[in-house]
Design a protein around this ligand. Structure first.
Ligand code: FCB
Length: 469
């Protein structure tokens, strides 16, 4: 080969090596967006946790899923439409909790729990616009008093998916006065419950509400419109801000947070740049956009196929004292030529629950670390659980996820609590009663609760003698 030819080949080789180097660097850079976590080997053994003092250890429920008799919200209407809920179920009497508060508090004690996260049903409390239902308020005042008396710290969610029919009719989260009406509701809650409640969660899983309601259309209002979805997201953000302001004004010691559903997204191949970038995009959009908007005082939402939201909202700043993580699963992001947008998002290869999602406790540790790195605020695991009718997965599930929390605390991360979803089996939204998440099994005919597999392990891991008063 001539000298020129050799030189030319060398140049091509150097250029290719340079490009490969850049590619690898880019991969390493994007991998920082979703670092992996590894649990210590004792996560599968009967380890004894040493929870920090005051650690909240409890179960979580939501009004519409457990109370029964909720007929005045958007879900009650939606459920009656044919084909909306699996097996034609409706929430109906649910777990009958409205009349069983005392019994259920006894179950919490049996579980060694010192806290209970539940939601108050706006449509019961304000059945018609501007009219408070005194009996309904009295019910919740009584509930928080009973919880306190039993040594159970109440953690109250104001909005767990269901909206009063009167605001839903006007556009729900997209109605112009939605934030203001929600703010009024929050102010009333602070006034009535404030003296007995410290921990407040304004909104549960806003991105899920937006996605199911306005993208998939499988929840109320049953719309498929990406622009409306972003409008609803902005409405929920503004509502959160109004709610937090009202809670703070009514209760100086309020500890306010949002419970966000977080999926641990991971690229199938850590050296595939496209998968890396898409993973970061979906994780930022789905997991973090609400929290990030609050932290930056700007409404931010950006996902391919959606109009971009980027507007100043300084009223969001400083509205949270803690970050709530609802964790259930890992999803893998895979490059697939035939998939829409050439990307397929699916369950990982591990054990699947009855919900068809992967059980992956390492993802909880990864997300706790990520939340801490982003905000340096206390973290509460506001939900974590598994649909497991046969009760074969739950004992190890509880153990390993608790271990992930313990490991995070051991790393110096300020995790304040863990709430298992759920106290008892309940109405699982569009899945109806088919999926069983309860530490207590619900007999739907008699409403009897009996301990499910996993409840023993939950009790074993409870903080010793740590009643919070
Ligand atoms: C969460 C919801 C909760 C329940 C669990 C299984 O996303 O917040 O209401 O349905 O999933």
């Amino acid at each position: 080969m001539s000298n020129n030819g050799v030189k030319w080949l060398r140049r091509v080789f150097a250029a290719l090596a340079g490009l490969a180097g850049l590619y690898l660097l880019a991969c390493v850079y994007f991998q920082r967006g979703h670092p992996r976590a590894v649990l210590g080997p004792e996560s599968k053994t009967a380890f004894v946790p040493d929870w920090p003092s005051g650690f909240l250890w409890g179960t979580a429920t939501a009004a519409h899923q457990v109370e029964g008799g909720n007929t005045r919200n958007d879900w009650a209407r939606f459920e009656r439409l044919p084909g909306t809920i699996a097996h034609g179920d409706t929430s109906g009497v649910a777990a009958g909790e409205w009349d069983k508060v005392a019994d259920d508090i006894a179950l919490m004690r049996e579980l060694g729990a010192n806290a209970y996260r539940f939601s108050i049903e706006w449509s019961r409390l304000e059945p018609a616009e501007g009219r408070w239902d005194e009996a309904a308020w009295a019910h919740y005042v009584d509930e928080v008093s009973r919880l306190r008396a039993a040594g159970e710290e109440p953690v109250v969610t104001l909005l767990h998916f269901t909206l009063p029919a009167w605001i839903a009719e006007r556009g729900g989260a997209t109605a112009p006065d939605f934030p203001e009406r929600f703010g009024r509701f929050a102010a009333e809650a602070a006034k009535r419950l404030g003296p007995r409640v410290r921990w407040w969660c304004t909104v549960n899983e806003p991105q899920v509400q937006m996605y199911q309601g306005y993208v998939a259309g499988s929840w109320p209002p049953g719309v498929k419109d990406h622009a409306m979805a972003v409008k609803a997201f902005a409405g929920l953000l503004r509502a959160h801000a109004a709610g937090a302001r009202a809670l703070r004004a009514g209760d100086r010691d309020a500890r306010i947070g949002v419970a966000s559903n977080m999926i641990y997204f991971e690229p199938s191949n850590r050296w595939n740049l496209l998968e890396q970038i898409v993973t970061n995009t979906v994780s930022n959009g789905f997991d973090w956009s609400f929290d990030e908007s609050i932290a930056r005082g700007r409404m931010l939402f950006s996902m391919p196929g959606f109009p971009t939201l980027d507007e100043p909202a300084p009223e969001l700043k400083g509205t949270v004292d803690w970050v709530g993580i609802n964790y259930y699963r890992r999803n893998l992001v895979t490059f697939a030529l035939r998939a829409p947008g050439m990307v397929d998002i699916h369950a990982g290869p591990g054990t699947l629950s009855d919900a068809g999602i992967e059980i992956y406790p390492e993802g909880l540790l990864a997300l706790i670390r990520e939340g801490w790195k982003r905000y340096h605020l206390p973290i509460v695991i506001t939900e974590n659980g598994v649909a497991d009718s046969a009760g074969v997965h739950r004992p190890l599930f509880v153990r390993q996820h608790a271990y992930a929390v313990k490991q995070a605390i051991g790393e110096g991360i300020d995790v304040r609590g863990y709430f298992h979803w759920s106290l008892m089996d309940n109405f699982e939204w569009a899945e109806g009663y088919g999926q069983r998440f309860g530490l207590y099994r619900l007999d739907r005919a008699t409403l009897a609760r009996t301990p499910a597999q996993g409840s023993e392990e939950f009790r074993r891991l409870a903080p010793r003698g740590a009643m919070i008063r």
